[in-house]
Write a new protein. Structure first.
Lengths: 167, 167
């Protein structure tokens, strides 16, 4: 792995990390959508899959503009986050409990991305990379919106889960 | 691993996950404090270590109250997050760049915990576990405050990192 000496180097390393994170998520989201039983949740995951594909494209556009290859780094944190999302939920669990677990896993993933994109937007700003900054900002806004939408969906699903209601 | 059937089960599983996360963090924070060069950052990590030890105690108190053992689950997501924090920073890097990388790693960790505690507080609320709710709320507030403090410290460190200033 190349060494980090400057803020530019750190930005590049972290962009590669997010590229790995997003491409892992593109593979995980269809499984999460399939596992979800609540229709709104299923739709939210499908919508976020389309957004995530667009976010991968934005990172490719940034890589082209800053002249580096986004590939070749594995985001081990996202690997861990997705691994957790797969953890055993009993087939006897109420659908709403499964959905609540999926939302929790998804929100941890969103928060990881929000922390990453938020910081990299500041780095790009300081480095005067205006186009990169705008692209990171666009993705950051989508991640915030997804997190809020999941909180909104969770508010009714958690009540069903507490009451043991099978949807 | 025991199967998850109810919201109570999901709460217990996730409390174990956070217990593993916090105990891993208790080991990682002294290394992060040692690696930091900015004095405010060093102090922030030391302060957060003391808080994290208190947060571990709160989780033990919750475990006692809900009658389960908090041990025995490994939080693979936190493992990945800490692993990332260790990634290679060149010895030639300006101190401010190293500090910027440490802050980024720490904020990803904070966001993981914020997502976890935020959701579990809602679960505890729905389940009528008032004491558990209060304990989770206290930790959640500390995590938010730490995240804000890191953002504040980052605002000056990132400028130094961009200018290649060695503190």
């Amino acid at each position: 792995m190349s060494k980090i000496e400057t803020l530019h180097d750190l930005l590049i390393q972290e962009l590669k990390d997010l590229y790995s994170a997003e491409t892992q998520l593109v593979k995980a989201l269809p499984k999460m959508a399939k596992a979800a039983t609540d229709e709104r949740l299923k739709e939210a995951f499908q919508k976020h899959l389309a957004q995530t594909q667009e976010q991968v494209s934005r990172l490719e556009q940034i890589a082209k503009s800053l002249e580096f290859s986004p590939k070749g780094k594995k985001c081990v944190a996202m690997e861990g986050l997705i691994e957790e999302g797969k953890e055993t939920i009993s087939e006897d669990a109420a659908d709403s409990v499964k959905d609540a677990a999926l939302i929790l896993a998804a929100q941890k993933i969103e928060h990881y991305e929000i922390a990453g994109y938020g910081t990299l937007r500041e780095f790009a700003d300081l480095l005067g990379y205006d186009e990169v900054r705008s692209l990171l900002e666009a993705t950051l806004e989508e991640e915030h919106a997804t997190d809020e939408e999941l909180t909104e969906i969770a508010s009714s699903i958690n009540i069903e889960a507490e009451q043991g209601v099978d949807e």
